[in-house]
Design a protein around this ligand. Structure first.
Ligand SMILES: [Zn+2]
Ligand SMILES: [Zn+2]
Length: 234
């Protein structure tokens, strides 16, 4: 049995909920949950803001834990290994998007908290192809958000081939933006962040500007006088 916290209806508080996940499928792994972040999408699903929630709904898609059971066809993960699980809990692995590494665009991808029980539980299951191995040395307590907001802002760094010599602006230092600022600083970029609050200046070397100056920055881009090579905006 899996012990979880679930919303029984839209806008409801989470209460204890136990369910039998059945037999582990050949391509699945079971993860013993150590930590799980909370993301605004968890709240949107609990409150059925997108009209696709099914109840009982177990939220949690920023999962960090250890592999505790492995399906018979899974070869690349082992018991006890630290892993993460994000928004998706399986991919078809056969479409052109999956073939090109753009699994997030797979039309058959299944959500971790959409018709599937998520990580606010002692255990969570997922297809092994959506489970990410966590290298040694990562602070597991803080790793959860990397699997949702983290990959969301990391992707453009790769897609736009951002170099350490680039100047990059980040609009908004929120859940996603603060991770973008950290990644970009670690990569060596010159980072400018636009924020509604100077209190959110999280990296001393990051230049911050109030939101009111965003239009000036966008005008610079439009007029071809770009100060920034890339602007990350949610
Ligand atoms: Zn999320
Ligand atoms: Zn696919």
């Amino acid at each position: 049995m899996i012990n979880a916290y679930a919303a029984q209806s839209a806008n409801a508080a989470l209460t204890k909920y136990q369910f039998d996940p059945g037999e582990l499928k050949p391509k699945e792994v079971e993860i013993e949950v150590m930590y799980c972040g909370i993301c605004h999408s968890d709240l949107s699903m609990i409150d059925n803001e997108w009209g696709q929630s099914k109840y009982p709904l177990v939220p949690g898609h920023e999962v960090v834990g250890k592999v505790s059971q492995i399906g018979s066809q899974v070869k690349h993960l082992k018991n006890g290994q630290h892993v993460g699980l994000g928004w998706h809990s399986s991919y078809c692995n056969q479409c052109s998007y999956c073939d090109e590494g753009d699994h997030n665009l797979c039309s058959k991808a299944k959500g971790t908290i959409i018709r599937h029980h998520g990580g606010f539980a002692d255990k969570v299951r997922a297809d092994a192809n959506s489970v990410i191995a966590i290298p040694d040395g990562i602070d597991l307590e803080k790793a959860g958000p990397l699997f949702c907001g983290g990959i969301t802002v990391f992707t453009p760094l790769v897609e736009y081939n951002i170099k350490p010599t680039d100047k990059v602006a980040v609009i908004g230092i929120g859940g996603l933006g603060h991770m973008a600022v950290k990644f970009l600083n670690a990569w060596g970029c010159q980072v400018t962040a636009f924020t509604s609050s100077e209190a959110k200046k999280i990296e001393p070397q990051t230049e911050t500007f109030p939101f009111e100056q965003i239009n000036d920055a966008i005008d610079h881009l439009r007029n071809g006088r770009a100060k920034y090579r890339v602007v990350l905006k949610r």
